[in-house]
Design a protein around this ligand. Sequence first.
Ligand SMILES: NC(=O)c1ccc[n+]([C@@H]2O[C@H](COP(=O)([O-])OP(=O)(O)OC[C@H]3O[C@@H](n4cnc5c(N)ncnc54)[C@H](OP(=O)(O)O)[C@@H]3O)[C@@H](O)[C@H]2O)c1
Length: 188
Amino acid sequence: MRVGIVGSGRLGSPLGRLLAVAGHDVFFSDADPTRAAAAAGAAEGQARDGEPIEAARFGEVVVMAVGWEAFPVVVAELGRTLAGRIVVDPSNPITERDGAAVVVAVPDGLTSPQYQQHVLGEGVRLVRTFNTKYPNELLELGIAGQRGGPRADMPYWGDDDEAKKAVVPLIEDAGFTAIDGGGLSEAL
Ligand SMILES: NC(=O)c1ccc[n+]([C@@H]2O[C@H](COP(=O)([O-])OP(=O)(O)OC[C@H]3O[C@@H](n4cnc5c(N)ncnc54)[C@H](OP(=O)(O)O)[C@@H]3O)[C@@H](O)[C@H]2O)c1
């Protein structure tokens, strides 16, 4: 599958690497092009890199691995490119202030992916997953699963059943057992 990664930081880089090693076509991008190039290099040379808009156009699935506060900014930058696409959202409502992690209140009593869906608009097919592991854990557990070792569970949530079905093979190929957590209203 063609996977565009927008945000090649602590989480986007190892996640894209797991998918590239599994044979998916991965396109890394970042606000900082050197970070995207480094992520492509770390993916054992099996990935490409470029601008966020190119990654969004490239991906049948687009992973939005940017911080919580950057998410609406990136959505505005990508404009209508995301319309109709499957977006994987690994985000947690956490930001950093003065070097410390701070949990952000999600508006209007929504779960955080319901809020992200609101930001994306109704035409974008959101699946929340890959948000429950720290990046080093994600990489170590994913590699172990890919090499035939015991697999860790990876929950996923969404309101679009076809989009969820499309994302399950990515979760499995990344080395995890995909666990259907239900709709966005039930998501972590
Ligand atoms: N780290 C964790 O433990 C962890 C665990 C689970 C889930 N997550 C989730 O994963 C997501 C990414 O977190 P992270 O820890 O990987 O953050 P990160 O290391 O800061 O990476 C985010 C990347 O996105 C880039 N970015 C910012 N604005 C952008 C834009 N407009 N266009 C393209 N790229 C942009 C950032 O560049 P700049 O630095 O130049 O702004 C940065 O390289 C978050 O939603 C987070 O909740 C993180």
